[in-house]
Design a protein around this ligand. Structure first.
Ligand code: MN
Length: 470
């Protein structure tokens, strides 16, 4: 790379993208459709389309952009308890598109691990292969690079086009606490990753949020000129110099009103960054409809409300895979427990109809009962009634046996005794109603096992285990 003498007023323009979640395949209540036969599912393809659109936008502006920063979650899997690598189609797309992108633009890209895309059980990240393939243009910092930087107390930064890029790949905060590495991590941020003043624009890249304790506040308190954030799928400003680019496609239904795209940011040392939002439009609507119901509503009345909402949104105009909507119905109000299963089976049946009848333009249909108050009505009959059905077990069973054809060799009197005993035991048990009363009146005894557990010290990890990997 050419060496330039820094004169103190360089400005870099970055394209800040995040949370592309390539390979995400929504499955709940989704119509089985291919975008590419036997390779890419319909909704999975939306994330690939968004990625292609963003790269195209950057290629179109290649003369004004110095650097691309991806703030984590390039691929959707693996994550947490999902150990599967990304779909082959996602990896193929990334290799193909980045190859073309770097050839055409020669713009370098910095990328960090998010909570998606790194194998938690193995010492590897999906970014490892990308580093090897695109070693001249792609600079990646993985969660494993972070562990190495922490243990050696060395910075995890890149110098690209006069800008100093300090990277903070995602690390599960629980791991930091359990391994007692949190103090070390805090000290590393403040001492080793602190921006160098007078050496060009200082940019930090991190993947996390305050709300789930995945973003360390110290990063925000250091004097970076810009902090490129990922993890929050909603595009927007966290503070004057810290922004979330947001996800590039709607990943969950709580994002249904979000504007999706990426940011173009001009960063100059000691100046407030200038941030421009670049929206990326999707042709697939995501709809969330709230429907208020009452205990008097039946599967039929609810079905009619859902159908009227569907036609209000023009979703009865014929199947079009490009514009077929993702629909979620959120029920509110009250319902009877006894009606719930009937309404649920009606909705299951309605979904089947949506997916089989090509007049509906619906690719996903789900519903949510979480905010509905469910009331339970006690049965009208007395629970004791069943006790009166048998007067004399022995006599009754003997009568019953007489009506049956009994194979030779069975001792009928023994059978009668056994059956009578079983019936007595079954009827002699207290009714459910009585058991419930019992529980309410008995004072609660602390469980000795629980007490024992409470005094036992919690097992904690060690720093050695942390650096040795888990
Ligand atoms: Mn994330």
């Amino acid at each position: 790379m050419e060496i330039e003498v820094y004169n103190g007023d360089f400005m870099v323009t970055i394209a800040h993208i995040a949370d592309t979640h390539l390979g995400h395949r929504p499955t709940t209540g989704v119509k089985f459709e291919w975008a590419e036969e036997r390779k890419i599912r319909l909704l999975e393809n939306d994330f690939y389309e968004a990625w292609k659109k963003i790269l195209k936008e950057i290629i179109d502006r290649k003369d004004e952009i110095d650097l691309v920063i991806h703030a984590g979650d390039l691929f959707d899997s693996p994550w947490d308890r999902n150990p599967h690598p990304p779909p082959e189609a996602a990896r193929e797309l990334v290799y193909k598109t980045l190859k073309k992108f770097f050839e055409e633009t020669k713009i370098p890209m910095i990328i960090i691990d998010g909570n998606h895309g790194s194998f938690t059980g193995y010492k590897s990240s999906t970014l490892d292969t990308l580093k090897i393939i695109f070693e001249d243009y792609l600079f990646a910092a993985t969660t494993w690079d972070l562990r190495a930087a922490l243990s050696n107390q060395i910075p995890l930064k890149f110098k690209v086009k006069d800008a100093n890029i300090y990277t903070f790949p995602y690390i599960n905060p629980e791991i930091l606490y359990k391994s007692q590495a949190i103090e070390l991590f805090n000290a590393w941020i403040v001492n080793v990753q602190k921006p160098e003043i007078g050496a060009g624009p200082n940019i930090a890249v991190a993947h996390g949020m305050i709300i789930d304790n995945t973003l360390n506040k110290r990063i925000l308190e250091l004097n970076y000129d810009y902090i490129a954030l990922g993890h929050n799928h909603k595009m927007g400003k966290l503070s004057e110099n810290a922004w979330y680019a947001g996800s590039t496609e709607k990943w969950r239904f709580d994002e249904f009103e979000d504007e999706k795209g990426f940011l173009i940011v001009q960063v100059e040392e000691g100046e407030k960054p200038s941030v421009q939002k670049i929206p990326i439009k999707s042709s697939r609507p995501m709809l969330v409809e709230k429907i208020k119901i009452d205990t008097s509503d039946t599967p039929d009345t609810i079905r009619n409300i859902v159908l009227s909402k569907v036609s209000e949104h023009g979703l009865q105009t014929g199947w079009d895979p490009r514009t077929a909507a993702r629909v979620k119905v959120v029920f509110e109000g009250r319902t009877l427990m006894s009606s719930l299963w009937k309404i649920n089976s009606m909705l299951e049946y309605l979904r089947k109809q949506f997916f089989e009848d090509n007049k509906f333009n619906i690719a996903q249909f789900i519903w949510d009962w979480k905010s509905v108050e469910k009331t339970w009505v006690a049965p009208a009959y007395a629970p004791e009634e069943r006790e009166c059905l048998i007067d004399d077990p022995e006599k009754d069973f003997e009568e019953f046996l007489k009506s049956q054809t009994i194979e030779e060799g069975y001792d009928t009197s023994l059978l009668v005794k056994l059956a009578a005993e079983a019936i007595k035991q079954a009827l002699g048990k207290p009714t459910e109603h009585e058991i419930r009363k019992e529980i309410q009146t008995k004072p609660k005894q602390p469980s000795p096992r629980k007490e024992e557990k409470r005094v036992k010290p919690r097992k904690r990890g060690t720093l050695d285990a942390f650096f040795g990997g888990e």
